[in-house]
Write a protein that binds this ligand. Structure first.
Ligand code: F0G
Length: 458
């Protein structure tokens, strides 16, 4: 137990005014958006918990860094600063900037995956799996079973089940496994961490089988927070040191720097292998830009380098995850079912348990997200059957165990009072949940359908 209350380790220097909307305006807005919160206009949103991606607040130091942008086409000073920062904080020697995380995923998948390969990972992520499939690979989920159970309070639901890796290698052989891809603080599981003990076991498995270990490090600092709190022997280790230790266990990283590192756009592919770096440089010029900017402006690389240093500050990360925990506890206290333990970047409502009358084929989480917006102006996101998409071979819907609505907290943006209002809105929707109807598609895109799909009430 804390002895005293705590607060954010910053104060506010500039504010962005919000627009308030009426019930009638929101009724019209969600209908026009085809009941998809991705298709709402941001100016019609009151509290925007769609994502924590690219919508964090930069610090005054990061804004000052923008003025130091060296917008040279080749060899920008900011690139070298970014490269050195990645090596100092994340251990990886070579950095290839990309416009965002999926740019790095595209290059990595094209470089390492061949037709017919299998790519194990601790639960899928939408863009990551798609790039693996586009390169000819098949994603295989090797996360522990507890991760698929919203009610399990396992402290490290991001852990890998090594027996599932063994079963895969027995079935397909190590030659058909180009790499194992491990995410820290697994997004689709509810922002759930992997332990260092487990990551070391995965490292040993990869060494034994001669398989590369890739790290989706999008939320590595939040993972480090949970290691510091929950793993034996790390109570007195800094977030900075835990982050470094996590990264140093892996060979290659993909990063969406729009999350942990608090910039509005950007990402990178990082690695230690000089030959692979040369091949990545040859490919980044095709899809992103020259290898010293890869789709980022010089000023954005500078803001990113500064954001990395701020992201591993202990006070920052404790306030960040603390705010998510605050919201989660309020919602849970109101009797609303959520994914436990409360995750690092978001609170996930369990739509399956909130709307037991809506079958999964009628998209309960999509319906719940639309209704939460309609009632309150709070924008959230579906993370269930719509996000899971269809099997690329059979065309059947993937049917995930987890049917969730994600309330994602942007970093350094909202106050505790905004969290109170959000919790009240969720409680209000919970009280009338049995009147919510399911949805059906009026338009279903082929790839990453959740972004642009449109629906109507059943
Ligand atoms: N990996 C993870 C774990 C992510 O959460 C994301 C993005 C990406 C990769 C792709 O990065 O968006 O920069 O291309 N997640 C966002 C979200 C979109 O809302 O969860 P990107």
């Amino acid at each position: 137990m804390r002895q005293h209350s705590w607060a954010e380790p910053y104060k506010i220097k500039a504010v962005e005014l919000l627009k308030m909307t009426t019930q009638a305006q929101r009724d019209a807005a969600i209908r026009e958006a085809g009941y998809n919160t991705f298709l709402l206009r941001s100016e019609d949103v009151y509290i925007d918990l769609l994502t924590d991606s690219g919508c964090g607040a930069m610090s005054d130091r990061q804004w000052a860094g923008l003025m130091r942008g060296d917008e040279a086409y080749a060899g920008s000073a900011n690139f070298y600063r970014l490269r050195d920062t990645v090596e100092e904080y994340y251990s990886y020697k070579y950095t290839v900037p990309t416009h965002q995380g999926r740019g790095a995923e595209n290059i990595l998948s094209q470089l390492l995956i061949k037709d017919g390969d299998y790519v194990p990972g601790n639960m899928y992520f939408t863009t990551t799996r798609l790039h693996q499939e586009l390169a000819g690979g098949t994603f295989v989920d090797v996360i522990i079973d507890e991760a698929h159970d919203a009610e399990s309070e396992h402290p490290f639901k991001g852990n890998v089940d090594i027996a599932k890796l063994d079963a895969l290698v027995d079935e397909v052989g190590a030659d058909n496994i180009p790499y194992v891809c491990i995410a820290t603080c697994v997004n689709m599981a509810g922002g759930q961490p992997i332990s260092l003990v487990n990551l070391r076991a995965v490292r040993a498995w990869c060494d034994q089988h001669g398989v590369t270990l890739v790290h989706d490090m999008t939320r590595v600092a939040e993972n480090a927070h949970f290691i510091q709190r929950r793993e034996d022997g790390y109570r007195d280790t800094s977030i900075k040191d835990i982050v470094y230790e996590l990264c140093a266990l892996t060979d290659i990283a993909t990063m969406s720097s729009k999350k942990d590192a608090m910039v509005n756009i950007g990402g990178f592919l990082a690695m230690n292998d000089a030959d692979l770096y040369e091949r990545a440089c040859a490919l980044v010029v095709v899809y992103e830009g020259l290898h010293t900017y890869g789709g980022m402006a010089g000023r954005d690389m500078e803001a990113l380098a500064i954001g990395i240093t701020e992201s591993v500050n202990d006070d920052h990360i404790h306030a960040r995850v603390g705010q998510v925990e605050y919201l989660g506890n309020k919602i849970r206290g109101a009797g609303i079912p959520i994914v436990l333990p409360i995750g690092g970047h978001a609170v996930f409502l369990d739509a399956k348990r909130m709307l037991p009358h809506i079958p999964q084929e009628q998209f309960p989480a999509q319906s719940l997200a639309a209704e939460l917006y309609r009632i309150s102006g709070v924008r959230s996101m579906e993370r269930g059957i719509v996000s899971a998409g269809r099997d690329s071979v059979t065309g059947e819907n993937h049917k995930p165990e987890l049917e969730l609505v994600r309330l994602t907290i942007p970093r350094r943006v909202y106050t505790q009072a905004h969290m109170d209002v959000t919790a009240e809105a969720v409680q209000q929707v919970g009280q009338t949940a049995d009147s919510i109807r399911g949805l059906r598609f009026t338009y279903e895109p082929k790839l990453l359908r959740f972004f642009q799909a449109r629906f109507e009430p059943v």
